[in-house]
Write a protein that binds this ligand. Structure first.
Ligand code: IPE
Ligand code: IPE
Ligand code: MG
Length: 239
């Protein structure tokens, strides 16, 4: 296996376990979310060190709106604080911030902070950090299909011209390589509506560690595990 193939181009992380981390300490759930910021910094640093070009972080699902209002509000405030405080440092590190998901449901304040972070970091060429916010894969696919249907209805796209690239190009991740590795912390082994299309040939890694305890060393372990995997893509194994 070439060295090239052993470094994932794109790592996607389902940052799970903040609530349990807080509960174990007799703390409020939002304190677990706040403790989940440092692992984001650590993951970005580790990704750059390994030469991973794209890092996607699942931060808020479309389903998460159903949580108690106090928790949702605390998360929204945390997004704003996080974007305000972290952007300058990310800019210095050459990190480009992008989002996937439907941002239109967020308050104008949250949307403005996100737009500003994207603008300020647009020149980043070390790592593209994709934040999945109000994201669900089914919602993303439905929105993509609507865009494609619009082009068909307008007569600019023939149905028989629709291929995998048409759909991939209409998703929020257009232009981003598919994730090679999907990590979900906290021991849960499910995708929870994350990158269903894009992760069709990804490797999966489910460490027990709760997200607030995730460190650069944990990221390194994930890279080591990935390097041991034999990716065959339906073919026969390399000799
Ligand atoms: C992940 O941690 C963060 C979000 C979903 C926003 P959880 O809040 O899901 O933590 P657990 O799974 O309840 O421990
Ligand atoms: C998935 O975690 C969403 C995020 C990490 C943002 P959840 O904790 O919301 O998912 P379930 O409920 O365990 O499937
Ligand atoms: Mg969870």
């Amino acid at each position: 296996m070439s060295k090239q193939r052993r470094i994932p181009q794109h790592v996607a992380i389902i940052m799970d376990g903040n609530g349990r981390w807080a509960e174990q300490r007799g703390m409020e759930r939002y304190e677990g979310h706040a403790a989940g910021i440092e692992p984001i910094r650590a993951s970005a640093r580790a990704a750059i060190r390994h030469g991973v070009g794209h890092l996607t972080l699942y931060a808020f699902s479309t389903e998460n709106w159903g949580r108690p209002a106090a928790e949702v509000d605390a998360l929204m405030e945390l997004f704003c604080q996080c974007v305000i405080h972290e952007t300058p440092d990310m800019q210095r590190q050459g990190i480009r911030i992008r989002t996937i998901g439907d941002r239109s449901r967020f308050s104008e304040k949250v949307q403005a902070h996100l737009a500003q972070a994207e603008e300020q970091t647009a020149g980043g060429d070390k790592l593209t950090l994709l934040l999945a916010l109000n994201y669900s894969s089914r919602d993303e696919i439905v929105r993509a299909v609507r865009k494609i249907a619009g082009r068909v209805a307008a007569g600019t796209l023939a149905p028989e011209a629709i291929g995998e690239q048409t759909l991939a190009g209409a998703l929020d991740t257009a232009g981003v390589p598919d994730p090679d590795l999907v990590i979900r912390t906290s021991g849960e082994c499910r995708l929870s509506n994350f990158l269903l299309w894009q992760a069709s040939y990804a490797e999966f890694y489910f460490p027990q560690v709760l997200w607030p305890d995730f460190t650069e060393e944990e990221f390194d372990r994930a890279m080591e595990e990935y390097a041991r995997r034999d990716r065959r893509f339906g073919l026969v194994a390399d000799k």
